[in-house]
Ligand binder design. Structure first.
Ligand SMILES: [Ca+2]
Length: 132
């Protein structure tokens, strides 16, 4: 996962941003079903996260959910700053982009033209509700 064109969010001279990604599965109404986040990368505007995040769709939720990727700046003396968000309609594991690294535009209240790249893979359990 990587982000490109991240704006400087820290106002201190010589500081840039400390970006991390929060990844959520959301349903059609925007409700968060599961969420994970990357570690933050200190003081950069071109972060790369060499991580794999695994999210689980709770039993009984509709397939496929949406994927919401939010970019944040980690702060230590105040609340983290939201930088941008992108939402992807997953297509049940056969959407063409499944398994491929793709670059997505991010909606941002602070900067236009920002993008993030990542790869996702969807898999459904073969059996649901097994057991007693
Ligand atoms: Ca910061």
């Amino acid at each position: 996962m990587a982000a490109f064109g991240v704006p400087k969010m820290d106002t201190v001279a010589g500081k840039r941003s400390d970006p991390y990604l929060s990844v959520a599965l959301v349903d059609g109404g925007g409700r968060v079903l599961d969420q994970r986040q990357t570690a933050f990368v200190m003081n950069t505007m071109n972060p790369v996260w060499q991580e794999t995040l695994v999210l689980h769709l709770p039993a009984g939720e509709r397939w496929p959910p949406m994927l919401r990727i939010s970019l944040w700046d980690k702060d230590f003396r105040s609340a983290d700053d939201h930088i941008g968000t992108t939402e992807i309609a997953l297509s049940g594991g056969n959407g063409g982009l499944d398994g491929l690294v793709s670059r997505y535009p991010m909606e941002s209240p602070v900067k236009s033209g920002m993008t993030a790249s990542f790869r996702y893979h969807c898999s459904q359990p073969l059996f649901e509700g097994a057991g007693k």
